[in-house]
Ligand binder design. Structure first.
Ligand code: UN1
Length: 513
């Protein structure tokens, strides 16, 4: 990846050959084992990061809890100013950071830049929000009483993020948490630790330039064991976790065991319903980008197409033809559409899914396979595949984090398609392609899609940050980024003030002394 300016990018981002993996801001340390980050792009070792030990974690928690004591008192719009400067820095670092995301994670450079753009967008959103952390005022039932609510900072927010959005998920959480007056401790995926180091370096510059204390933004590195420290720590009122449903169930139980709050953004099994009234051209773009973009490694990736039988062959042929145009290869080369999977373990899962869909009676329409030879040395490049399947196949019910698309057929009205779409354990993103108002509204109605995201004439992936992001059922129920998602990062307090000279009790209770 030399020709793509990776050395310069790493240098600009402050990535060394061996990096400390624990940080409280300007302080970096780590006593743990070395994590090696290999690029799925070319199989090369990019750099090493030292994992955090329990003792490192303890130092971080001390810095974070100490920082919270002062940060919570800074006026919210002033905290917004810090986030504004963070957004400015991200604009400055957009290219190198986008490049690192692309090289360490394997998504296309365009998508790497897009991910940094999402970070910039959430900063802008959070800056405005820093003057709008509104609570309500209510009318008291008692005379000369005033009642209102206020939102206060919550404390230390733990963030556990996944490899597929190695930088944006952190910022959706931190940008909101910071304007809310919280301090953050981030454990990035052990598959993308360098993205974590790079982001921490960027925010550290902002914190230093503003003379802010250590501990507002902290980084820890390691596997699930270090994440578990956050889950079990009563000093962490909120753990925000993005990743698999398997991981989310563990986080939820551990955090709930101490009655902490968790914000979960887990797996999806996203479908596009293609009705007889669909615009086929738009359907093809939405479905193909949804299924093969990020090599099928978005939680919003399109896994299923539910196509009406009357247009089934037409849609199938158009999608299969589009797959014929896909160029698979180095994601930093902007001529390619599809980059590698994150690692060879993901390739195994992909192979298993293709074998299983056939074993369950599915028919392969576009052959998959692992690519070999020049340019594919990492062993992580696979061909996006399409199979005809049934919704009740065990493999179709399962989220395979790879470019495998299942075509399903329906023959009745839109109700049948909605039933198929909802007939999975996950509930993140969903879409309908139709120019028929009745179908579109039925899909969006109370009896429609059961997902957190439901789109009309748009695919399932590529949500904007302005809306609340997340989903139902096994997706975990959490909402991140836009709308009123900020509320989970604050504690709500109801205040009643009596400015009379007597003490009337609520509910009209008389208590004469
Ligand atoms: C994820 O895959 O974890 O909607 C998040 C999208 C992106 C976010 C994906 N904005 O596809």
């Amino acid at each position: 990846a030399q020709q793509f300016g990776m050395t310069e990018a790493l240098e600009l981002l402050g990535i060394k050959a061996v990096n400390e993996g624990t940080s409280t801001g300007s302080q970096w340390f780590s006593g743990g084992e070395v994590i090696e980050s290999y690029s799925p792009v070319d199989g090369q070792l990019i750099a090493k990061v030292k994992a955090s030990t329990e003792a490192d974690y303890e130092k971080v928690m001390q810095a974070a809890t100490e920082a919270f004591k002062t940060f919570r008192l800074m006026p919210a719009p002033k905290r917004g100013e810090i986030v504004r400067q963070f957004g400015e820095k991200l604009r400055q670092y957009k290219e190198p950071l986008g490049k690192l995301v692309s090289y360490e994670m394997g998504k296309s450079y365009q998508e790497g830049l897009g991910e940094v753009q999402e970070m910039i967008d959430i900063c802008d959103f959070a800056v405005g929000l820093s003057r709008q952390l509104h609570g309500l005022t209510m009318h008291s039932e008692r005379p000369s009483h005033r009642m209102y609510e206020q939102y206060h900072p919550l404390g230390v927010v733990g963030i556990i993020s996944a490899f597929n959005f190695p930088v944006a998920v952190w910022s959706w959480n931190t940008a909101l948490a910071w304007i809310c007056g919280d301090v953050c401790v981030w454990k990035p995926s052990e598959k993308t630790p360098l993205c974590g180091v790079a982001c921490q370096n960027i925010i550290a510059e902002v914190l230093r330039e503003n003379n802010l204390p250590e501990g507002i933004s902290c980084l820890i590195n390691g596997d699930y064991k270090i994440g578990q420290l956050l889950n079990r720590d009563t000093r962490v009122p909120l753990v925000s976790a993005t990743g698999s449903t398997r991981m989310g169930k563990i986080v939820a139980q551990e955090v709930a065991a101490r009655l902490g709050r968790s914000l979960l953004e887990l797996g999806g099994n996203n479908a596009i319903i293609v009705t007889p009234d669909a615009d086929i051209k738009m359907t093809v773009i939405g479905a193909v980008f949804g299924a093969v973009g990020t090599a099928g490694q978005r939680c919003t990736s399109t896994r299923r197409l539910i196509i009406h039988e009357s247009i089934y062959d037409k849609v199938k042929d158009a999608i299969v033809a589009a797959y014929g145009q896909l160029r698979i290869g180095n994601p930093l080369d902007q001529n390619n559409h599809v980059g590698p999977l994150i690692d060879t373990h993901a390739v195994e899962q992909y192979n298993k899914a293709l074998a299983q869909v056939v074993a369950e009676g599915g028919k392969i329409l576009v052959e998959g396979g692992v690519l070999t030879g020049a340019g594919y040395e990492s062993g992580c490049y696979v061909k996006p595949a399409i199979a005809e399947a049934k919704n009740d196949f065990a493999i179709v019910q399962h989220e395979t984090f790879a470019p495998v698309l299942y075509l399903l057929k329906y023959s009745g009205d839109v109700t049948e398609a909605i039933e198929i779409q909802n007939g999975v354990a996950q509930g993140l993103s969903s879409a309908i392609m139709t120019n028929n108002l009745r179908e579109a509204e039925a899909f969006l109605s109370a009896a429609g899609s059961d997902c957190g995201i439901a789109n009309v004439n748009i695919g399932t992936s590529g949500a904007e940050i302005g809306g609340a992001f997340g989903g139902e059922k096994e997706t975990g129920g959490g909402r991140e980024s836009g709308s009123d998602a900020w509320k989970v990062y604050m504690r709500r307090q109801t205040n009643t003030i009596n400015y009379s000279t007597s003490l009337p009790l609520a509910q009209g209770i008389k208590f004469d002394l």
